[in-house]
Design a protein around this ligand. Structure first.
Ligand code: SAM
Length: 278
């Protein structure tokens, strides 16, 4: 039976184009168009937005984004085998889907998009965290995108939204929450994908704040946070010894007891310390 967009079901698309999943490209496909529409809706109102999708594969999420009214979708796919299937979607939505065959780590997507931009993707797990860090640490803020709605392995999603005191709390939580509102909007079991991955997945929705939550120099903050969590079980006075010779005084000036551990310090504390070190 044809789907709502008149295109064939994804199982048929995959069979017709011989899209046997490749593990090295992180290919775990979503075949349920109701689910991909739900992910598209989790990104907010798409009608007036350009959407960047990384890794469209056979196009399940792409179809969700277009059916939910995205003004235009720019889809960057590394696997050329997927292009004919994406061509068919493009023909069903004239002028609204542009496909770029390339590596998302190399393509300058921002230059091809018009504001407002939302990024929505079921990310290849091997490049997901790297792309997220790039999107969170652009040369200028606010960034080219308004929101990121991204599928990750559940364990990675939990690290993005983690609060102080939890084992998942660390660099990723601080980077994300300094500049964004971040929450998990959907959790999916392995059997939602073909082939099924070993672990659960989750969709994180991040909305860019107009400016970072607390003042700090981004580079200094990143350096301090990386050093603090590199030795997360140590007291901060030892973990941060290499950061500044008078680190104990700096920690105190920032309102942090030098005997505390990184895991206990909220974002506000790290920002205060970064200001003391700038
Ligand atoms: N969006 C599809 C879906 O939800 O069914 C496919 C998701 S699959 C998890 C990841 C997709 O990203 C694959 O189609 C894979 O070929 C593609 N991919 C992997 N590495 C990539 C890269 N560096 N740049 C662009 N696409 C990539």
């Amino acid at each position: 039976m044809a789907a709502i967009d008149g295109l064939p079901p994804l199982r048929d698309v995959i069979a017709a184009h011989g899209l046997v999943a490749k593990k090295q490209l992180g290919q775990n496909f979503l075949l349920d168009l109701n689910l991909t529409a739900r992910i598209a809706r989790a990104a907010g109102d798409l009608t007036g937005s350009d959407v960047l999708e990384v890794g469209p594969g056979p196009g399940g999420l792409t179809r969700g984004l277009l059916a939910e009214g995205a003004r235009r979708v720019l889809a960057v796919e590394k696997d050329a085998r997927c292009l004919p299937a994406l061509e068919e979607i493009s023909a069903a939505y004239p002028g609204r889907l542009e496909v770029v065959n390339g590596d998302a780590l190399d393509v300058d997507a921002a230059a091809r998009l018009q504001a407002p931009v939302r990024v929505v993707a079921n990310l290849p797990y091997n490049v997901g965290t790297e792309l997220l860090i790039r999107w969170l640490t652009p040369p200028v803020w606010p960034p080219f995108w308004q929101s990121l709605t991204l599928m990750f392995q559940k364990e990675v999603a939990e690290r993005i939204v983690a609060r102080p005191g939890s084992p998942a709390y660390g660099r990723l939580a601080l980077l994300a929450q300094w500049r964004c509102e971040a929450k998990i909007v959907l959790t999916l079991p392995p059997d939602a994908f073909v082939p099924a991955p070993k672990v659960h997945s989750a969709v994180v929705h991040l909305v860019a704040l107009p400016q970072p939550r607390y003042p700090a120099d981004g580079k200094v903050l990143e350096r301090v946070v990386a050093a603090a969590f590199n030795q997360r079980r140590k007291m901060l006075r030892s973990a941060l010894k290499g950061v500044a010779p008078d680190i104990e005084a700096k920690l105190r000036a920032a309102g942090i007891e030098p005997t505390r551990r990184a895991e206990e310090i909220p974002l506000e504390g790290f920002c205060a310390l970064a200001r003391e070190l700038t």
